[in-house]
Design a protein around this ligand. Sequence first.
Ligand code: SAH
Ligand code: F3S
Length: 482
Amino acid sequence: MEKTIDENKQGENLVIENKEGNKKKLFIESYGCAMNFSDSEIVASILSDQGYNTTQNLEDADLVLVNTCSIRDKAEQTVRKRLEKYNAIKRDTNPNMKVGVLGCMAERLKSKFLEEEKIVDLVVGPDAYKDIPNLLAEVEDGRDAINVILSKEETYGDISPVRLNTNGVTAFVSITRGCDNMCTFCVVPFTRGRERSRDHQSIIEEINDLWSRGYKEITLLGQNVDSYLWYGGGLKKDFVKATDMQKATAVNFSKLLELCAQAQPKMRIRFSTSNPQDMTLDVVETMAKYKNICNYIHLPVQSGSNRILKEMNRQHTREEYIDLINNIKRILPECTISQDMITGFPTETEEDHQDTLSLMKEVRYAFGYMFAYSERPGTMAERKLDDDIPLAVKKRRLQEVIDLQLEHSFDKTKSFIGKTVEVLIEKEARKGNKDWSGRNDQNLLCVFPKDIYKVGEFVNVKIISATKTTLIGEPVGYSENN
Ligand code: SAH
Ligand code: F3S
């Protein structure tokens, strides 16, 4: 595999991993969650063996793949707009270009896609990427091709991803696929299927390989990382039927974290996403034990109202969640915590909304990802509940949640002024800019003058000022981690 700096993107220090001798050009773009970006790297790897190198230039691509997201209606609209753009290019400049839809929209809409979107040649769901070479052969023969079969086993553990548009420093490593939680608002269990875990050995091998190629930070990815469980393969729900030997040697998430931290003691380790109903304190204790596991937990809660949590089928109460947060703060006093919130879930009253605001005041998250409820076809909420909160109300509540979060975020960033933090340099703050940008252990963005330092180095930075989302500092020397 050859590593080249992409000239168009040099300012952002993006590295393209391409294979010499590959003649066909793949343009692949991803929307939605980190898992989609990680999946696109798996697809690029599969296609690399079929003679495809990636290109940044849509106009001269032989194959265009869009990895799609269904989580909210807006995400789907964005993809439809992109399809219009591909259509225009196919019509005006590149009639031989083939177009494929991957990911959650492919899974949700299935063959409807081929009927609705005339330009689509190929529809592939998240568990069928290994079938892409066969599907492409069908397309070459002039047929539309589709595979949206969900799997109980596929984890792509045997595929070594081609890193796309990478900074050469940070990478995603997927550890579980699918989700069994069935939150009533969420389309993921339908589009990504049953939850399954990847062999820990292949995870460690991937991390070792990344380290040997100069990567310094990895994020373990799953819809619900805390429910990771490897006992030789199979669904989590079938663990009860496992043999005594399998049970004795099973690896859960805290054990996996420990194995990763030990395998590469200088590699920064992050993970996403944690689920309050599945997160156990042994995970937090493992975090405390290993310096290279970052002090940061993304712990979505969605609402501060017990009644709404129940309607959402979140399997915990507000009190249990606060209990977990207090335990995290006790075991890891430096740990930052972030949230996901949904405003305007069906039946949400002003009082429920106030409960969300009061929960936020109690936890004081470092940052968050906040959304107005978007009804998704096929989910329990869509089937059982009326989407009865007017859009204006959803949006007003969302703004209140965002405003409060920004207040808390600013308090958090300001609390670092005068302190020195270790930052891993990821890229230029802006293209052609004289500042570097990276994150500290607690996942806070930090910007500082380039000085003598380079991408991929760990630098101690003294924080001199802060915005609501960013620490601004001066470098004071290499950190001992280098
Ligand atoms: N466990 C997942 C959650 C996936 S969805 C993870 O790895 O992040 C990410 C976030 O999108 C959810 O936490 C939720 O806040 C939001 N979301 C999901 N479905 C939604 C919907 N129907 N409307 C609005 N927001 C939604
Ligand atoms: Fe979705 Fe809930 Fe799973 S938000 S991804 S069903 S944990």
